[in-house]
Ligand binder design. Structure first.
Ligand code: ZN
Length: 500
């Protein structure tokens, strides 16, 4: 590799191409791959990831990056590319190969143990594997380096620049505002019925409706596609090849509707990276929280708003004339915003959702800090569920074993969901200030002005700035729970006929 920017750029492009192919193989694994290809695909992915890692930690790349960091005449975008790749490379270099291998082994053991523990509904069966995962993740945090807060080093992998010292006060205040809000909604005089239970929504009609939604949002189906998978996700190989998936359930159309809107929010972000950034480290979101802000903005702030359904409800009724007979737009809007404390995070509504996240964040801090004996984890979990949501899980499967992420060793990832929710509300407020007739246009089914605004201010910026800095630039303030709480209070006071 020469000490020239074109030679560095070629390496950046190569790394991005490898990631694209890994993305394709992963997408295929979750959608169309025959079951018997399971083991072969695992080998293929591991080989590709090995090549990517080798290229990334290559000492010559380190030298050229160090040289490039000293060349101020490179220009702003190339310097940002150098910064982002240097950061990624530094983290990869710091973790010894023996630790990477030990973590991979511990993860596959933990997955087996987690499945067995769920089968027998006993956390104790997962406990030794979790202990090993935690031990290795602490070791990894120390290898990354930190200022005494190990969790920061893990959080950095998902939310670069965010710190526990910044996050904890915001999430604690959010928790303390949400607990009484959930209680007030439960005590509200108006009840929201579970309107759609017992009806049948034909799969093909659901599929067609989701494609209509994609089109209205401006998702380019010539630069992406939608397929089905058990767990909806957004993947792909390039901004011109973005793959969304949705899940269709004939008993409940809300799965497909809101999965599609959510994933399209992610997908628009991926399609919106600016062309000069393609195949470089800048064609990426600066954090998972910011990525999630796009999906949450579309799914919740827009997709669960009355204005949105005032436009789309007639078409939905036309698609499902029998199933939706007697369901008016007000009833439908209320039904898709029904608040009920539940055990399972993934089924939670907008009001209770962040309490699930705060609970898990607090547990993760205790676990990474080694401040909670592992045998006490289920009791600590259940005690918080009762205190925050007023419900106690009947067993560990509905409690501490519900999510696969700890078995994957993913500590530091959950808070990005709450960051996404908080950022989504702040961004929508900023969009409303910039586009004063925004809600009216949504009421007319015109979603593209919002897509364009997001593209200009968020998507096309790629990874030029860290997430919170970009948010500050666009909204005038950094991370805050003020906009989100104001949004919830306005919406749910009206829905439940009470003053929250
Ligand atoms: Zn998402």
């Amino acid at each position: 590799m020469d000490r020239t920017f074109p030679s560095l750029l070629a390496r950046m492009q190569e790394l991005k191409d490898l990631q694209g192919v890994i993305g394709l193989a992963t997408w295929d694994q979750e959608t169309y791959m025959p079951a018997k290809a399971d083991e072969a695909r695992a080998h293929q992915l591991s080989t590709l990831q090995g090549i990517h890692h080798e290229r990334l930690v290559d000492p010559r790349l380190g030298e050229v990056l160090a040289w490039a960091a000293e060349q101020p005449e490179l220009g702003e975008d190339p310097r940002a590319m150098v910064r982002v790749l240097t950061h990624e490379r530094d983290r990869a270099v710091r973790v010894p190969q023996a630790l990477v291998k030990a973590l991979a082994e511990a993860q596959s053991r933990a997955l087996v143990a987690w499945r067995q523990a769920r089968k027998e509904k006993r956390f104790a069966l997962f406990q030794p594997a979790l202990a090993r995962i935690l031990e290795l993740r602490r070791e990894q945090a120390d290898a990354y380096g930190h200022d005494g807060e190990r969790y920061d080093a893990l959080l950095e992998g998902y939310e670069p620049g965010m710190r526990v010292a910044r996050l904890t006060p915001v999430l604690t205040a959010l928790r303390d505002a949400l607990i009484p809000m959930v209680a007030a909604i439960a005590a509200a005089p108006r009840k929201v019925p579970e309107l759609l239970a017992g009806r049948r929504f034909e799969a093909e009609a659901q599929w067609r409706f989701t494609l209509k939604l994609l089109e209205a949002m401006g998702f380019d189906l010539e630069a992406g596609r939608q397929d089905r998978s058990i767990h909806p996700f957004t993947g792909g190989t390039h901004p011109r090849d973005v793959r969304l998936t949705t899940r269709i359930d004939e008993a409940n159309p809300l799965n497909a509707l809101f999965s599609t809107i959510h994933e399209a929010g992610h997908g628009l972000y991926e399609q919106g990276f600016s062309e000069p950034h393609y195949r470089t480290p800048l064609a990426a979101a600066p954090s998972m929280g910011l990525h999630e802000s796009q999906s949450r903005l579309w799914e919740n702030v827009v997709g669960r708003s009355l204005a949105f359904w005032e436009h789309f409800h007639p078409a939905l009724k036309e698609a499902f004339p029998q199933a939706l007979a007697g369901v008016d737009v007000g009833g439908f809007h209320a039904a898709v915003n029904r608040v009920t404390p539940s055990f399972i995070r993934t089924e939670a509504d907008e009001v209770t959702y962040n309490l699930h996240i705060v609970l898990r964040y607090e547990m993760e801090l205790l676990l990474i800090h080694d401040e909670l004996p592992l045998e006490d984890v289920p009791a600590a979990w259940n005690e918080r569920m009762q205190r925050y949501l007023g419900v106690t899980p009947p067993d560990d499967v509905e409690g501490v074993l519900q999510d696969i992420h700890w078995a994957w060793g993913e500590f530091g990832y959950f808070p990005t969901y709450s960051l996404g929710n908080l950022y989504s509300a702040s961004l929508y407020r900023a969009a409303e200030r910039a586009l004063p007739d925004l809600t009216d246009r949504i009421r007319r089914g015109e979603l593209l002005p919002l897509t364009d605004w997001l593209r200009t201010h968020i998507h096309s910026q790629g990874f030029r700035l860290p997430a919170e800095e970009l948010i500050r630039q666009v909204t005038g303030q950094g991370l805050t729970d003020v906009d989100f709480l104001q949004y919830l209070r306005g919406k749910y006071s009206a829905l439940y006929g009470t003053s929250l």
